[in-house]
Design a protein around this ligand. Structure first.
Ligand SMILES: Cc1cc2nc3c(=O)[nH]c(=O)nc-3n(C[C@H](O)[C@H](O)[C@H](O)COP(=O)(O)O)c2cc1C
Length: 202
């Protein structure tokens, strides 16, 4: 069984989502002996933004520039690792009401017609539904459906939407929110999320 562990926080060791995604992976390792874990740190090893040249290279119409070929290869490697994983764990902070641009750049390399989705006569069909997705979400404020800021949640809503588009229905959010409201609130949010992680692995 294969697990892909992705992080995207730019806050290094102080990151809440990194702490939680690592705890999820540790719990999954304990629950599945022999689990093969691969790692993608999008802050230290970012994937480039999509460009017109990149798309042209995918279609075989761009010049054979070495830098471009390396970029296409990096995108293909990211997509292959995603498709091969049975479990994908993503550390996903909220930055400016959305996800970090590093994480968006990764998602852009996954959204490839014929690989993660396809259009059919009856509509869109997701092609990557054979995996479990666990998202470690961290955010400074509160964005639940009952809160006044719910409409600003372009982080979890986006991730649920795009991975749903890829056909993934087994999606769990481990959430620490309100972490910017004070040290006690931050600690409480992290402990609550850690308790959810233990339940998830049980
Ligand atoms: C660049 C930046 C932008 C942020 N934007 C928001 C935001 O729009 N809404 C919010 O509730 N918190 C925001 N925060 C707070 C983070 O969501 C919070 O610190 C969270 O723990 C970040 O996850 P991380 O610790 O894994 O990086 C922001 C933090 C940073 C560093």
């Amino acid at each position: 069984m294969k697990l892909l562990h992705v992080d995207s926080s730019i806050l290094g060791p102080g990151s809440v989502s990194r702490h939680l995604s690592a705890a999820v992976v540790a719990a999954q390792r304990a629950a599945h002996p022999g689990l093969e874990v691969s790692r993608l740190d999008l802050a230290s090893d970012p994937i480039g933004h999509l460009s017109g040249l990149h798309l042209a290279a995918q279609q075989g119409t761009a010049p054979e520039a070495p830098a471009l070929q390396a970029d296409v290869a990096a995108g293909e490697a990211a997509l292959t690792a995603f498709l091969a994983a049975d479990i994908v764990v993503v550390g996903a902070p909220m930055y400016n009401f959305g996800i970090p641009s590093q994480l968006k750049a990764w998602v852009d390399r996954l959204a490839v017609a014929g690989r993660t989705f396809r259009y059919t006569e009856t509509g869109v069909e997701g092609l990557a539904g054979d995996k479990k997705l666990i998202i470690a979400s961290s955010r400074g404020g509160f964005y639940g459906a009952e809160t006044p800021a719910a409409f600003l949640d372009h982080q979890e809503n986006y991730l649920r939407g795009v991975f749903g588009f890829f056909g993934i229905t087994d999606v769990t959010f481990i959430r620490a929110e309100g972490v910017a409201l004070g040290e006690a609130e931050r600690q409480q949010a992290i402990e609550g999320a850690e308790a959810e992680i233990k339940k998830l692995a049980a």
